[in-house]
Design a protein around this ligand. Structure first.
Ligand code: SF4
Length: 443
């Protein structure tokens, strides 16, 4: 390569993004900034000037996966910058990989950029126009995650996120709405609202008002949901806790402004276990509230996650959970066996549930839930539902209705005589369902 060519070549970055949707949003922000400075992305570590690994440190298994990804990047390239949740524990990374170039914690965008600049300086003349107005998204163009806050004011005993990410810091509502509007203008059809505790949005800012378009809007969960609902895209709410003001948002769902979908990580139902977990907004009458929500918005779909085998969970607690599940009839459910996380207060609770009992309870839970999910899904047979297409090209397209979020819920398999494209919203008549998926024809 001659000197002129060398001068023109943009530094190449290989990027590995691990972890939850919130970490994905961080990755997108870092990549957008790097592209704005003229860096190029490459899919291969080999030949990249620098590899960035955005790690997840939530569970020990996620940490092992992160360390594995760092190891691969070291072996294939050797110039590695580590960021994300695991970056909050630099010693455990340095122990295994003393030669990584830099380690930064979650949301430390500036430190990641500084480390990249040092390892491989940007070109003097950045191609700012390389960046489309909506930024670079790692998710497909038709849906995007919208992160409304960082950190969390709760102190659930199994969780180290507040330790890693600090207390709740909400983005002012006008910032969030501006980003959402840009995304919709750029072709995004579905906005997925994420944070650690979506219903607490704005508490830290005392629900401050900001000017948005021609009016004052409060930095508050309800107001944000209402305004997002005006943008013309599907709006899906994740990580909502059942605080009392959630009831108002259910009305927005009933009126069609926000998708009738709530992702509420209940984690358990037994008051004893919830107390030991120090879960926010745990009311013993939650099943009653769910029933009321369904009166307001009859097609509300609820998805949740649960932990079984938490320290001190008795057979009675577990049975309480199963009975609660049968009453609450949640639509989609994930279940994990409790795993200790280094640094989490739950490690000191004692009274662990033996692994074979954890396993048996997990199986019983999954069997009970499968039955509930199957019945809930079967109610959709014969209905015509709008479906957003995620994958097209073959004889059967795949998508999701208002009741399924990407990556975590099931799929709608769509047979269509007309060609459909990714991002299209088509009307589908549901013909059959199984434990997780729906099958239908475009009409
Ligand atoms: S709500 Fe609980 S589990 Fe969720 S981030 Fe906050 S402390 Fe962790």
């Amino acid at each position: 390569m001659n000197a002129a060519a060398l001068e023109k070549a943009a530094p190449k970055i290989s990027f590995v993004s691990l972890g939850c949707p919130k970490a994905l949003v961080d990755s997108e922000r870092i990549i957008t900034r790097l592209r704005a400075e003229g860096y190029e992305l490459t899919k291969r570590h080999d030949g990249a000037d620098v590899v960035i690994v955005n790690t997840c440190g939530f569970l020990d298994s996620a940490k092992a996966e992160s360390l594995g990804a760092i190891g691969d990047a070291m072996a294939e390239n050797g110039r590695v910058i580590v960021t994300g949740c695991m970056g909050a524990e630099p010693d455990s990374i340095r122990e295994q990989y003393p030669d990584v170039l830099a380690i930064t914690g979650p949301q430390q965008y500036e430190s990641v950029l500084a480390a990249v600049h040092q390892a491989s300086p940007p070109k003097h003349d950045p191609f700012l126009d390389l960046v489309p107005p909506q930024g670079i998204k790692l998710t497909p163009r038709h849906y995007a995650y919208l992160k409304i806050s960082e950190g969390c004011n709760n102190r659930c005993t199994f969780c180290i996120i507040p330790k890693l990410r600090g207390d709740l810091v909400s983005r002012p509502v006008s910032d969030v709405l501006r980003e959402a509007e840009k995304l919709v203008k750029a072709g995004v059809k579905e906005l997925l609202v994420v944070s650690q505790d979506t219903s607490a949005y704005g508490i830290d800012l005392k629900y401050q008002e900001n000017l948005w378009q021609d009016r004052q809007v409060r930095t508050r969960f309800f107001d944000l949901s209402r305004e997002l609902g005006q943008l013309g895209a599907w709006v899906r709410l994740h990580y909502v806790y059942p605080y009392p003001h959630v009831d108002e948002v259910i009305e927005l769902m009933a009126e069609g402004h926000v998708l009738p979908y709530l992702d509420i990580p209940f984690q358990h139902a037994s008051p004893n276990v919830l107390r030991a977990m120090k879960r926010p907004a745990h009311a013993e009458k939650v099943a009653g509230r769910i029933a009321r929500w369904r009166e307001i918005c009859p097609d509300l779909a609820i998805r949740s996650t649960f932990i079984v085998g938490f320290p001190g969970e008795t057979e009675e607690d577990f049975q309480f959970l199963l009975d609660w599940m049968r009453e609450a009839k949640l639509d989609r459910v994930g279940c994990f066996k409790y795993e200790p996380v280094r640094g989490a207060p739950a490690n000191d609770l004692g009274n662990p549930v033996p692994p074979e009992i954890q396993e048996a309870r997990w199986k019983r839970f999954m069997a009970a839930q499968q039955e509930i999910s199957r019945r809930q899904l079967a109610k959709k047979v014969g209905k015509r539902l709008p479906v957003i297409i995620d994958e097209a090209g073959g004889p059967i397209a795949r998508g999701r209705s208002r009741y399924e979020a990407p990556e975590i819920d099931g799929t709608v398999h769509v047979a269509s005589r007309r060609p459909v494209r990714v991002g299209d919203i088509v009307s589908v008549k549901i013909e059959r369902t199984d434990d997780y998926d729906l099958y239908g024809v475009a009409v």
